[in-house]
Design a protein around this ligand. Structure first.
Ligand SMILES: Cc1cc2nc3c(=O)[nH]c(=O)nc-3n(C[C@H](O)[C@H](O)[C@H](O)COP(=O)(O)OP(=O)(O)OC[C@H]3O[C@@H](n4cnc5c(N)ncnc54)[C@H](O)[C@@H]3O)c2cc1C
Length: 463
């Protein structure tokens, strides 16, 4: 491979684009950063600063030992992340979370990138890559990618549509489901393509439980859409509350229908309603609630869904929601270097940020860090493998490239421990002291975090 002295072009100066630019120039490779704000606004940003936080000012938990996003923070800090460095510098008190003064944070990112001798900032809307002679590009235009560029991506990817609208159902950690109440079985014991006739987890409800659940669903606070998020509902992905509003029995004839299933814990009693959960990742550590897309506010979701027998102690890897989004079908379209397969090897067009199907500020910046390092390695004539799947960074790449189930629908997700290969919960601590049963789940997270930090260091030493 030849060493290129050409700059790497980055389209979009958000969380991902800013981090990618920083990682590239740290390796001595020049960058041209194209950002349309200043010329053309989006519906959510208010400034023309780089890395503007469009909503909350929180980067969520900063606890690397017991929280997956805290672990991702730590891995990124060790990788010299600009986003984390500016967040640390502009931190505001927020308990165990890393929250920032949003203006100070974005101003700091903007100042550093704008004044860097290897970075040229161009304020423009990039509408296509077809007429550009660039051979090393990162597209990091986010959930609000401008329409003309979306159209270009549609054209080159050959996909029928970019997913502009999320209707997402909650995802639950398998090991928090009470299998003494739930059971595995497919409806009518129908075998799937892999020959598995017990692909779903089923949670039964009696009549009283169902009625109480419907009451809670109807009474729960719902998120309101902003005007620009106005989207029509399609009957195939109606929020469950909207279905419940159409009639108290609607859910029993829809996603909660109790037919073709027998509860082995209570075989002679027919359930009044049944909630099904479907395996969500290849590791089998996460399950999604089938047909349970919802616009219940996040705080209310845990309370309402824990009314379901078997889910009383459910831990949610992702809560449900409905919002406008733009993301590509990364598992089909990208390789593990985050390159668009359709254009490679003529051009290296990488994608980064929320557009790849990760969710959240930190995750978007993390994919920017990876795309930046991959692109820089290419420009320098070297190669860099993806980080190991045991790290939070590697788990994110896995999620967007190979980690989902064949044929399943690919949906954006925050980082969580369910995306990392599991470990058995430890029975004793490092001093040989027995760990009480109820603390073993926490101890397992710490072990997974320690493993991740060890493995990420080995990977960081490569670049
Ligand atoms: C309304 C809303 C609220 C959100 N709230 C949160 C939250 O509270 N917490 C959280 O963790 N995540 C939140 N997210 C999700 C997500 O984490 C953020 O959107 C995050 O900013 C994504 O980072 P990004 O770099 O992929 O995209 P962005 O940060 O949006 O950056 C993309 C950049 O590309 C630019 N751009 C777009 N098209 C073009 C073009 N054609 N040419 C040149 N430039 C272009 C945009 O102006 C923008 O600066 C929210 C998303 C939305 C839409």
């Amino acid at each position: 491979m030849t060493v290129s002295s050409e700059p790497i072009h980055i389209v979009g100066g958000g969380l991902a684009g800013s981090e990618a630019a920083w990682q590239i120039v740290q390796r001595g490779v020049p960058v041209v950063l194209h950002e349309m704000r200043g010329i053309k606004p989006t519906n959510a940003h208010h400034t023309s600063d780089f890395a503007e936080l469009v909503c909350s000012n929180s980067f969520r938990s900063d606890d690397w030992q017991f929280n997956a996003v805290g672990l991702l923070h730590e891995e990124m800090r060790r990788g010299g992340s600009l986003i984390l460095a500016c967040a640390d510098k502009h931190q505001v008190p927020a308990g165990g979370a890393l929250a920032v003064d949003r203006d100070g944070f974005s101003a700091a990112v903007t100042e550093i990138l704008s004044n860097h001798p290897l970075i040229t900032v161009v304020r423009e809307e990039v509408t296509t890559l077809a007429d550009k002679p660039w051979d090393n590009v990162i597209v990091a235009t986010g959930p609000l990618t401008s329409e003309s560029l979306s159209q270009f991506v549609l054209d080159v990817s050959g996909e029928g549509q970019l997913s502009f609208f999320d209707a997402i159902a909650p995802i639950i950690h398998y090991d928090s489901i009470d299998m003494s109440k739930a059971w595995k079985q497919s409806r009518y014991d129908k075998e799937g393509p892999g020959g598995d006739a017990a692909a779903y987890i089923n949670c039964p409800m009696d009549k009283d439980q169902y009625e109480a659940f419907i009451d809670a669903l109807l009474a729960g606070p719902k998120a309101e859409f902003k005007d620009w998020e106005h989207v029509p509902y399609f009957d195939g992905c109606l929020p469950i509350e909207v279905m419940a509003e159409r009639g108290r029995e609607t859910l029993r004839y829809g996603p909660m229908k109790p037919v073709g299933l027998t509860n082995p814990h209570n075989p002679t009693v027919k359930a009044h309603a049944i909630i099904q959960l479907r395996q969500d990742n290849a590791l089998g550590t996460l399950y999604n609630m089938v047909g349970f897309q919802t616009k219940l506010k996040h705080g209310a979701q845990a309370d309402v869904f824990r009314m379901i027998p078997g889910l009383e102690n459910a831990q949610f890897a992702r809560l449900g929601g409905l919002h406008r989004n733009t993301f590509i079908q990364s598992p089909k379209l990208l390789d593990r270097q985050l390159r668009l397969k359709a254009l490679f090897p003529d051009k290296s067009v990488r994608f980064a940020g929320q557009l790849t199907g990760v969710e959240g500020y930190v995750e978007s910046a993390a994919i920017g860090l990876l795309a930046g390092r991959f692109a820089a390695a290419q420009a320098l004539g070297t190669s860099l493998p993806a980080p190991p799947e045991s790290t939070a960074l590697g788990a994110l790449i896995n999620h967007i490239t190979i980690g989902h189930l064949e044929g399943g629908s690919f949906q954006p997700m925050n980082i969580n421990y369910g995306l990392l290969p599991p470990l058995d919960p430890p029975k004793v601590d490092e001093h040989g002291k027995k760990i009480p049963l109820k603390e073993r789940g926490r101890a397992k997270k710490r072990l997974m975090s320690l493993r991740a930090l060890n493995d990420v260091q080995e990977w960081l030493n490569l670049a």
